[in-house]
Write a protein that binds this ligand. Structure first.
Ligand SMILES: CC(C)(COP(=O)(O)OP(=O)(O)OC[C@H]1O[C@@H](n2cnc3c(N)ncnc32)[C@H](O)[C@@H]1OP(=O)(O)O)[C@@H](O)C(=O)NCCC(=O)NCCS
Length: 276
């Protein structure tokens, strides 16, 4: 989401968070969860027709009048179906994808069924500018952002004091854009783990992050007021930035396939030419 629709003060505010330094995070805890797996797909991979959708998905997509919303919905379904198909050893052919249903719980979180049976693992999906990521794991939330400028108003309104220092302490330009989008993305991922989404005040969770390691992943933490500290990871993928937050510490997410398309992907806004 380029800009949060819910501002501080417009939502019930849980207990205030302790402000912490947003400096380098060292990960000392032993990972205690299974490794999350991730995959990315672009809108160019959307199959023609609707044969890859379940009847319920087809009905939901058909009720969405605007190309942008419908396209994002379909792309998130595609990437989740590909992830589940790879994990369960299914073909990526449309008829096989139609056996995987990506529905939603009442709070909006994805609920995946395979041949009508709950998948049994947590799935998180996200899209941005014609590209989508799915992460499969346990207690997982992910968010994809473009590395793009964020206004001073955005930083002032949605970030905590420590997060603002983390962002404004960087030289202007790309370094600052990375920091602002990293903080925002990690908040969204953390709020997906908590299953509140942006119903919750974005300043009620506080992000700190370290630099990327040799494999491209940097550590992060999301402090959640009186709640748990959620561990996570972030990485740059070309023009994009991905965060993955989990309920329990885990090794860095592993790719589900070797295509690595995000690293060289061009952001697309194809809906602009065909809004309906
Ligand atoms: C969760 C949220 C922050 C993601 O927003 P976003 O950055 O625009 O979109 P992303 O592409 O990164 O993620 C969208 C996905 O988040 C997931 N999601 C939505 N609500 C979620 C929640 N409460 N917990 C975990 N994941 C959630 C969904 O899988 C959604 O894709 P889908 O609807 O196609 O299945 C935002 O949707 C939100 O705040 N939702 C809660 C408020 C709301 O209006 N919910 C409506 C559902 S009834």
């Amino acid at each position: 989401m380029p800009f949060g629709p819910v501002g501080p003060g417009r939502m019930p505010v849980p207990p205030a968070v302790r402000v912490v330094s947003a400096g380098t995070v060292s990960r000392t805890a032993k990972p205690d969860g299974p490794t999350a797996r991730w995959v990315a797909r672009g809108e160019v991979s959307l199959p023609p027709g609707t044969g890859w959708l379940t009847p319920a998905e087809r009905a939901r997509a058909g009720a969405m009048p605007f190309t942008k919303r419908r396209g994002e919905f379909l792309l998130r379904r595609l990437v989740a179906k590909h992830a589940v198909a790879i994990i369960t050893g299914r073909s990526l052919e449309p008829s096989a994808l139609s056996t995987v249903e990506v529905a939603n719980a009442p709070d909006g979180a994805p609920e995946v069924r395979v041949d009508g049976v709950p998948f049994g693992r947590d799935v998180s999906v996200t899209d941005r500018a014609g590209w989508a990521v799915c992460v499969v794991g346990t207690g997982v939330g992910c968010d994809l952002e473009l590395v793009e400028p964020r206004s001073a108003g955005f930083v002032d309104t949605f970030l905590t004091a420590a997060e603002r220092r983390f962002v404004t302490g960087r030289p202007g330009g790309e370094q600052r854009d990375v920091a602002a989008n990293l903080v925002w993305s990690a908040k969204e991922s953390g709020l997906k783990v908590l299953r509140t989404g942006l119903r919750r005040d974005t300043r009620d969770v506080e992000v700190s992050a370290g630099p990327p390691g040799p494999a491209g992943w940097g550590t992060l933490r999301v402090r959640t007021g009186a709640g748990p500290v959620l561990p996570g990871w972030w990485r740059r993928e070309g023009r994009f930035l991905l965060t993955v937050v989990t309920a329990a510490s885990q090794p860095p997410p592993q790719p589900l396939d070797r295509r690595g398309p995000l690293a060289t992907a061009t952001p697309r806004h194809s809906w602009l030419t065909r809004p309906r």
